[in-house]
Design a binder for this molecule. Structure first.
Ligand code: SAH
Length: 219
């Protein structure tokens, strides 16, 4: 085992102690090289259970949150998944270990370019990414078996709810930019939607020109 593998292995042991029990999820976090998804200066901290700054003033979520959200999705190998907020690409890479195809959207051109390079370097051909406002989802590819939003939305994005397949599950942080946010699980069964509050969380905001009708286009 090299240093990075040892670091990931210790990270996964810590997650297990914090209650993450799905062996597929734990294995995915052991396999995806988190150290390659953070800026070089933060590499020494890549396997600590904390969020880290990435380019464009954004953050890569802490490993526990990545594992927890992934576990709540209850993924299968045949699932088609939408992620809103590609960021570093780390969460998308974790999802890719556990499902058929990941569609991921990012509003920052800079972050998207960096994430794409990582997907390519790691041979993650089942991750499809595009620049765009995730508030609107990805209608051309809908419906999705699973949807994960990794930025906090002020309210449940209606278009995303509409793009959830039958028997679908979505995890999304809901709440104001500087206030209390809650991770919410939305399920769809027999055409009926249900919501469950999971955890208090702190995410960067989902910035949407489409929602507010104002603000500049992303750079
Ligand atoms: N999942 C990421 C963490 C993302 S942080 C990872 O694993 O690293 C949240 C990301 O959402 C940021 O990169 C931010 O630019 C992006 N974002 C914010 N609002 C968005 C929107 N409306 N559409 C798409 N991406 C958005």
């Amino acid at each position: 085992m090299n240093d990075a593998e040892r670091g990931r292995s210790r990270m996964v042991e810590l997650l297990q102690r914090q209650g993450i029990s799905d062996s597929g999820v734990l294995d995915a976090l052991r396999r995806v090289p988190r150290e390659l998804f953070v800026p070089t200066v933060f590499r020494p901290h890549a396997h600590a259970d904390r969020a880290l700054p990435i380019e464009a003033g954004q953050t890569i979520s802490q490993p526990f949150i990545v594992a927890y959200m992934t576990e709540r999705l209850e993924l299968s190998a045949d699932h088609k998944v939408l992620e809103v907020g590609t960021g570093s690409g780390y969460q998308a890479a974790v999802l890719a270990m556990l499902c058929r195809r990941v569609y991921t959207m990012e509003r920052s051109r800079v972050l998207l370019a960096l994430a794409r390079r990582r997907f390519e370097d790691l041979g993650l051909v089942d991750v499809i990414s595009r620049l765009g406002d995730g508030w609107r989802g990805w209608s051309e590819q809908a419906p999705f078996d699973r949807i994960i939003v990794t930025a906090a939305a002020p309210e449940l994005p209606p278009d995303l709810v509409g793009q959830l397949a039958e028997n679908g599950r979505m995890v999304v942080p809901i709440g104001p930019e500087q206030g209390d946010q809650t991770l919410v699980l939305v399920t769809r069964n027999a055409g009926e939607f249900a919501q469950q509050r999971l955890l208090p969380v702190r995410f960067v905001p989902l910035v949407s020109h489409a929602r507010t009708g104002r603000g500049a286009a992303p750079g």
